[in-house]
Design a protein around this ligand. Sequence first.
Ligand code: PEP
Ligand code: MN
Length: 360
Amino acid sequence: MKNTLTTNDWFTSLKKDGPFLIAGPCSAETPEQVLAIAHQIKDVASIFRAGIWKPRTRPGGFEGVGAIGLDWLKKVKEETLLPVGIEIATAEHVDLALQNEIDVLWIGARTSVNPFAVQEIANALKGTDKIVMLKNPVNPDMALWMGGLERLLAADIKKVALIHRGFSTYEKTKYRNVPEWQIPLDVKQHFPNIPMINDPSHITGNRDMIYDTAQMALNLNFDGLMIETHITPDTAWSDAAQQVTPQMLIEIFSQLKIRDLSNFEESFQISIHNHRNAIDELDSKILKLLNKRMQIVEGIGELKKQKNVAVFQSSRWQEVLDKMKKEALDLELGEQFIIALYKAIHQESILRQGKIINKK
Ligand code: PEP
Ligand code: MN
């Protein structure tokens, strides 16, 4: 489903001079804390965020201050004129948010995995003119994320945005949640009119990596950023390692570069056109080479069939992978990229040989 429904006047009207920024603490802790942060970031932030109900992976941690925080956010709004946003996870949260003039409601990553929960929230928000944001689900399932968005749009919610906060993995990586940039970019292809916000705080889990990840998002033409900001990050009650101080936020904001969608100068156009032609030619060559490789693979398939030899040969696969990893290193091609590429090639190869060997 291609979406062209929402108008983004709300987004443009909230934008300050610089990247569109949602900022504030992971969790509201005290009235003084939220007010102090809000006052210090009000010139750069378009929306103030603070979690008051915190979904925790395991019980026993700080689960948010709860509904009492709604009064504190009212005060933030009065004093700074910033729109205020919280995470909501149930219809009850939605009702409380609506009764307390919360402007922005976002659905967190642990809620967006559950279509029942998203539908319950969409029903509770039906027809609202509040801003509603949907974080990506914790798992890298693009259809599930888009499905959640479709539920919100079907409930006639017009001011909608998406938040890319990365995806969990079993293996340890340098990221808390790996970005998998292709996923938000693919979603954006389907829903070009829905603002896509990047959340470098939950992607990196580390304040030293926020700037680079935020700039990467802007390089990819993301529409805005959500950055957790705390007056004393190291003593924060949740997500201490990833929160920045208001001063750091202002510094990051002033250094980030917004990229133009394109450039229409003739020299740029000619030069990029030439480079793209060169890429197109190489892409055709890559496909022809892959085709040749597959023909040889099929030849081996015939040999295996004649001698009744199994398709999958573990030591040979390991040998190919190791060799390619080593050559890739010399050619400065990323190891993860080459592994993923060769896994795809190998899978296609064994599927083809499987078909041959099964032939009567
Ligand atoms: C948050 O924004 O504080 C939060 C809990 O994020 P996520 O849902 O992305 O984990
Ligand atoms: Mn957080």
